[in-house]
Ligand binder design. Structure first.
Ligand code: SAH
Length: 364
């Protein structure tokens, strides 16, 4: 296996280059390139060509390598299929928005949670990602935006704005099954890329004890809870984790986080339809009754309910519901005084919208 230079400490990198017979200052040059997300050695123009070739034989730059890059038709979303050093594959997504450039990061290869509507869990969990494997996803996006150019911040929404400004840990995997590394990753983002806590969002299916760990950690990030159903009976049918942590325990932990850190809590609610035996779609978790139940759970708390139209996953037997049904559900929440919005999906045409990330090319 090749040595991943990004994983070396500065003294280790210095030893690596001096062992190759190079002067020590080459380590500084290389590490500047690594921190900008250089995908390979060919871009390191201030290194002699024979050194670049030699490095290429024994080393890699980042702990992730781009296998495939897909661009959405509106050019706002780029999905990367990345390979890790042990051959596992993950995905990450760069979204150019009016408020900045956001990267959706995966926290695990695969996922063990088994949610019935999601593609990421179809092949089960492969393994947790390391701090650097998560950080490198951001660097890949940063390189895509900036290449070898230096930081040149244009106003948000300007297509030439080349700075990663927002991070959502909403790719494949359950971040709170990998809490220690996720926290290490977020600390590194904050200290090395200056990404403020308020521009970071971690989304969880609801591992209550780990939510309490985030509260103890005490950084004012955004917490998102994938709720998707307001009663335990329904939630357990679509999210196996609900058999372990019931809605009340999850929400109590989440409200405690939000109150203790003074952050608005985000609730994610996919609007699901299902097909009956005649192939007709009926509304599954988005009825009037459920809208009222959801409102009761939220009442009195500082929350934003993000309604997510379901994105198609072939292997899953759910269906999208009509725009009218989505709005009817939302109207009930609004009438009940609950803050809510409908999530604008990005990159559904390249399979990069919520719940569509998966190990497409995965070797089983
Ligand atoms: N495991 C974490 C992180 C994944 S986040 C979590 O569960 O929160 C991805 C978000 O997309 C979650 O809210 C998830 O429930 C949602 N999602 C999954 N499948 C989806 C689909 N097919 N359509 C729309 N959203 C989906």
């Amino acid at each position: 296996m090749k040595t991943i230079l990004f994983n070396l400490t500065k003294p280790e990198l210095e030893k690596f280059v001096t062992d190759m017979g190079c002067p020590r200052f080459r380590a500084t040059q290389i590490s500047e390139w690594l921190n900008r997300g250089a995908p390979d050695f060919s871009v390191m123009k201030n290194l002699p060509e024979d050194l670049r070739n030699k490095l290429d034989e024994t080393a890699r730059t980042l702990p992730v390598k781009i296998v495939k890059k897909l661009e959405s038709s509106d050019n706002q979303t780029t999905k990367f299929l990345l390979e890790l050093n042990d051959g596992e594959q993950i995905e990450c997504v760069l979204m150019r928005t009016t408020y900045g450039n956001s990267v959706c990061v995966s926290s695990q290869a695969g996922c063990a949670m088994g949610c019935k509507f999601c593609a990421s869990t179809l092949l089960g969990l492969k393994r947790n990602l390391t701090i650097n494997e998560m950080f490198a996803q951001v660097l890949v996006a940063q390189w895509e935006l900036r290449g070898d150019k230096l930081k040149d911040i244009k106003p948000n929404g300007d297509p030439n704005n080349n700075d990663v400004s927002h991070i959502v840990v909403m790719g494949t995997g359950e971040p709170l099954q990998n809490t220690e590394n996720v926290i290490g990753f977020l600390e590194k983002l904050n200290s090395e890329l200056n990404i403020s806590w308020r521009r970071i969002t971690v989304s969880t299916c609801g591992i209550a004890p780990q939510i309490r760990e985030l509260t103890k950690w005490g950084r004012p990030i955004n917490l998102a809870i994938s709720l998707h159903a307001p009663v335990d009976e329904l939630r357990s049918q679509i999210m196996p984790i609900n058999n372990m942590y019931k809605i009340k325990e999850v929400l109590d932990a989440a409200f405690e986080f939000s109150e203790s850190l003074n952050r608005q809590l985000m609730i994610e609610y996919i609007l699901l339809g299902k097909k009956d035996e005649n192939g007709e779609t009926y509304i599954y978790n988005a009825t009037e009754e459920y809208a009222n139940k959801l409102s009761e759970l939220m009442r009195g708390h500082n929350v934003m309910v993000n309604l997510i139209p379901w994105n198609a996953v072939d292997e899953r037997d759910f269906a999208s519901i009509s725009g009218n049904a989505v709005h009817r559900f939302q109207d009930i929440l609004i009438k009940n005084g609950i803050h809510t919005r409908i999530r604008r999906e990005r990159g559904a045409d390249i399979g990069s919208a919520c719940g569509q990330l998966r190990l497409k090319n995965a070797k089983k």
